[in-house]
Design a protein around this ligand. Structure first.
Ligand SMILES: Nc1ncnc2c1ncn2[C@@H]1O[C@H](COP(=O)(O)OP(=O)(O)OP(=O)(O)O)[C@@H](O)[C@H]1O
Ligand SMILES: [Mg+2]
Length: 294
């Protein structure tokens, strides 16, 4: 199990680094094998920062990340089990090299002793797992493949390792609708084979489609989390309600609720409260402030 416990990230900002900005504020949740957790929130809410901390690309300012109870130390052993795939697949490839190179790099780094013929077999196997035809992608340059193919190739690359957890950061946002569903179904396949996926998205319907649990972030804090059917079926935090009410007539009903969302200044002291088993909702410590009566 991959566990985040009170993870915080504070950036120094301003010309002389004199000010600080809390991008992620005391976030805790876990990711279990065979489960998709969607991490949902608007732009700037801290989703990518959380993914980057899990992947050891930036270090937390506080809190801990553990894998099976042991504190995570980013390095070769860790990356065998935990990998990331990101929004823009093109940026992960060097345009002057054939795409095969990203697979070869895995061999050089992790499996230098494996014979070429066996390695070819493993590549064929992992490409099939992501429903890519080896003949159609190998030997090609990045610009000769579609975004969906490049994205799947990156997932295939991760599968060459003994992968247990995948951080998928907005991986479908640059894909067209039908390719998006293909990639989502692929994640569902991988999940059924025991992979744990953190599915980062600002799109609630995608989160709803694929995940067992949902974590809703607002300004770096978890405002609501729990089994997807509870968070989506019975949203309790004003921010989640606002996100879910995409129909204009519905949003007007929630004027009172959305008015409580603070856009400026530090967040008021608040606590995550268990509303029903496993369903956590953030509440102001002065609860009357949450209920603005119309
Ligand atoms: N290296 C950095 N230095 C300073 N501030 C940063 C840095 N990286 C991110 N931030 C800030 O941290 C906050 C969270 O950023 P993050 O990229 O995690 O958001 P996000 O939820 O992934 O947004 P999006 O949906 O746009 O991808 C933002 O306000 C961002 O400006
Ligand atoms: Mg992001």
């Amino acid at each position: 199990m991959l566990r985040l416990d009170g993870i915080t990230k504070i950036y120094k900002v301003g010309a002389f680094g004199g000010r600080t900005m809390t991008a992620v504020d005391d976030v805790s949740f876990d990711l279990r094998p065979g489960e998709v957790v969607s991490l949902i929130g608007e732009s700037g809410s801290g989703k990518t920062t959380i993914g980057r901390m899990i992947l050891g690309l930036t270090s937390p300012s506080g809190g801990s990340i553990t894998l099976d109870g042991a504190r995570v130390t980013p390095g070769k052993a860790y990356y065998r089990h935990v990998q990331g795939v990101f929004q823009d697949p093109f940026s992960c490839y060097n345009p002057v090299f054939k795409v095969d190179r990203v697979l070869q790099m895995i061999k050089n780094e992790y499996f230098p002793g494996v014979a070429a013929s066996e390695w070819e077999g493993r590549i064929t196997e992992s490409l099939k797992e992501v429903r890519l035809n080896p003949g159609q992608v190998l030997g090609k340059y990045p610009h000769q493949l579609s975004g969906g193919q490049l994205q799947r190739l990156l997932i295939a690359r991760a599968l060459l390792l003994d992968l247990r957890f995948l951080v998928a950061d907005e991986i479908t946002s640059m894909l067209d609708a039908s390719t998006r569903i293909d990639v989502l179904n692929l994640l569902a396949d991988l999940k059924s084979r025991g992979l744990g996926v953190l599915f980062v998205t600002h799109d609630l319907s995608l989160g709803n489609y694929i995940s067992e649990r949902a974590v809703v972030l607002y300004r770096g804090q978890v405002v609501e989390s729990g089994p997807t059917e509870m968070v989506f079926g019975n949203p309790l935090h004003p921010y989640t309600i606002k996100l879910l009410s995409s129909v204009p007539q519905l949003t007007t009903k929630w004027d009172g609720a959305s008015a409580t969302l603070r856009d400026d200044g530090p967040a008021a002291p608040s606590t995550l409260v268990e509303a029903e088993p496993g369903h956590l909702v953030r509440q102001d410590d002065a609860p009357t402030r949450l209920r603005s009566v119309s």
